[in-house]
Design a protein around this ligand. Structure first.
Ligand SMILES: C[S@@+](CC[C@H](N)C(=O)[O-])C[C@H]1O[C@@H](n2cnc3c(N)ncnc32)[C@H](O)[C@@H]1O
Length: 599
């Protein structure tokens, strides 16, 4: 693959019925992006990883694939790499347009055991993982494009499960009918989650999600009914054996259980569950287990392009199938990678060989690294300026305590006249709005100040006596205020050879100014100190033979429990020849610090 525009043809949907929205456009051609191999998990140091994961090459010696990037670009890349028609099962759990931020609960390590902090209390820093605030039309277009691409990747015998809730399922059903064909709907699965929480007065508690299950072709899609039969209760079997109930006949015909139904009772993940990752939208492994067992055989290929905490990959790995995971959020990639490392280590310990313990490689498609820093900075601004978020307003970000409406301009560009014009367009739709507008940006174009002065002068009086005008623009440029003095995390690591084929690695200090800042900003935490710097460290990864380009995880320290700290001190084997050792430390906010040394 190369950088040139290598366009891939995509067939447009022909089905009916049709859902219409402003800006509806099928994609007929997409452009793949080069996928850059950035990290591999290879504790046994024996797998060959492909720099360019072409399907034809991978087929000969498979390793699983985790992509960090926007899924539209990644799916296009997969088409270009020869994955058309190769995927046996797709499961997606896209953002729901639910108007809330998804929160990854960040808990510092080790503090619970010191008896200081209970779960859900102060040491949890809430980090916004992604913002789920879609305008409806944009959301439909977003889903339309992804679903069209997914269909191209799906095998003739393949199936797709789309996980939704009551707000979006009816629209997406119509989209699915258009793209996959109404006749290819297999089931509408209701996941009824047993969860006693909640209180409502004028409605019923929402206790289910809906999963739309479509196949590519009703004539020959794969479905393993026996793999998902529901085991009989013990009593039933006994009664059947003694021939006392009418179940007797059925049990004899289907010894493995009764036929599976489309309503699934599965509890949500409880706070103590082993599988819990603290990713707020994480789905139960058992849910994926049913889907995967029902719709695939061993060694089949499963794709999840909204992978989140990696539930699909985790279950796929455990069930000995092949997987591809995609997420735009670096935090999600880190959580997934960490989760899979643990599973693979466990499998390798138990000497499960072959596909069950296949390792994986992480690729980057385009660069979305800035995401974490941007949401981080936005949260800081919101706290610093006393802003209350308004979830119901699709345009403005919040309200200041002093009464102004607030618009935060994306920190990836300085404030421009176009940004201001968009605010004016919005105000024009709200003739009764007379509050002042605070615009927060990181930098501003030179013409901005003159424009603001002009605008402010032209506004009608709110009060003719005091000559106070309405809708005054106030620009807070964070660059002027020296606000975003972002300081990266820092680590000191001793790396030295001890003996001819051993290296000793010791983390002697680690500090994340962002974590410290966040703890200080959370009320009640001001005084609390972090007793051990390792509380701030989530994961330590080591490559003892770093080639300066691809990080090969030969050793990883991923404590299983939140209450455990990383060891911070390691003795590892290393080649007798001079080599470069790279240590990657990932902190609890997902920021990475690298230290490398020739030994
Ligand atoms: C509801 S969560 C998935 C949770 C997952 N099923 C689990 O069990 O953890 C949706 C995920 O989609 C990701 N996402 C949203 N837009 C995306 C895009 N354009 N490309 C890739 N991933 C995206 C988000 O970062 C988030 O992790």
């Amino acid at each position: 693959m190369n950088n040139n525009t290598n366009k891939v043809k995509v067939s447009s949907p022909k089905g009916r019925p049709l859902l219409y929205w402003v800006g509806k456009k099928p994609i007929e051609q997409v452009q793949g992006y080069p996928a850059q191999l950035i990290e591999v998990f290879d504790p046994k140091k024996k797998d060959k990883f492909l720099r360019i994961p072409k399907y034809s090459e991978l087929e000969k010696n498979w390793h699983n694939l985790l992509f960090h990037g926007d899924n539209k670009e990644v799916l296009a890349t997969l088409l270009e790499l020869g994955f058309r028609g190769k995927v046996d099962l797709i499961y997606i759990d896209p953002p729901f347009a639910s108007n809330k931020d998804y929160i990854r609960k960040v808990e510092l390590r080790g503090l619970k055991d010191l008896g200081r902090i209970e779960e859900d209390s102060e040491s949890i820093i809430q980090q916004t993982m992604y913002e789920d605030i879609w305008k409806r039309d944009e959301y439909f277009q977003f889903m339309y494009e992804r679903l069209i691409l997914l269909k191209e990747l799906l095998a003739e015998t393949g199936s797709i499960y789309v996980h939704l809730d009551y707000r979006m399922v009816h629209y997406i059903k119509v989209l699915m009918d258009e793209i996959f064909g109404e006749g290819n709907l297999v089931n509408e699965i209701v996941w009824h989650y047993k969860d006693p929480s909640g209180s409502v007065k004028r409605e019923y508690l929402h206790k289910h999600d809906t999963i739309l299950f479509y196949c590519k072709n009703k004539e020959n899609y794969k479905f393993n009914v026996d793999a998902v039969r529901i085991p009989y209760k013990e009593g039933t079997i006994k009664q059947a054996e003694s021939g006392t109930t009418s179940f007797g006949r059925i049990v004899k015909v289907h010894p493995s259980g009764r036929l599976p139904e489309d309503v699934w009772e599965i509890a949500i993940i409880n706070s103590q569950a082993l599988e819990r990752t603290n990713y707020s939208t994480q789905k139960p492994e058992y849910l994926l287990e049913k889907i995967i067992k029902g719709s695939t055989d061993e060694n089949d290929l499963i794709l999840d392009c909204f992978v989140g905490s990696g539930t699909t990959c985790a279950v796929t790995q455990k069930l000995g199938r092949r997987w591809i995971g995609v997420d735009v959020n670096k935090g999600a990639i880190q959580v997934t990678s960490k989760r899979l490392q643990q599973i693979i280590k466990e499998q390798q310990k138990k000497l499960i060989d072959g596909h069950a313990s296949k390792t994986f490689a992480i690729y980057k498609v385009n660069n979305y690294d800035l995401q974490i820093l941007k949401t981080e900075a936005k949260e800081l601004v919101i706290q610093q300026y006393g802003i209350t978020k308004i979830k119901t307003d699709p345009f403005f970000d919040g309200l200041r305590d002093s009464g102004e409406l607030v618009k935060i301009i994306d920190f990836n560009h300085p404030l421009t006249l176009l940004d201001l014009q968009l605010i004016v367009d919005e105000l024009n739709k709200r003739p009764d709005e007379d509050r002042d507008i605070v615009v927060i940006s990181l930098g501003r174009e030179t013409k901005v100040d003159a424009w603001v002065e002009e605008w402010n002068k032209k506004q009608p009086y709110k009060d003719t006596r005091t000559k106070k005008r309405m809708r005054q623009f106030i620009v807070f440029d964070l660059k002027d205020k020296n606000f975003v003095s972002y300081e990266p995390s820092k680590a000191e690591v001793e790396i030295k050879r001890i003996g001819k084929d051993k290296v000793k690695i010791k983390i002697t200090s680690f500090i994340s100014p962002t974590i410290i800042k966040r703890l200080e900003l959370e009320p009640g935490l001001l005084q609390k100190k972090i007793p051990d710097f390792r509380s701030m460290i989530d994961v330590v990864l080591v490559d003892t033979n770093y080639d300066g380009e691809i990080f090969k995880i030969g050793f990883s320290d991923v404590p299983e429990k939140q209450s455990d700290l990383v060891k911070g001190e390691y003795e590892l084997e290393v080649s007798e020849k001079p080599t470069k050792v790279a240590v990657k430390i990932i902190d609890m906010l997902g920021e990475e610090v690298w230290v490398t040394k020739e030994v």
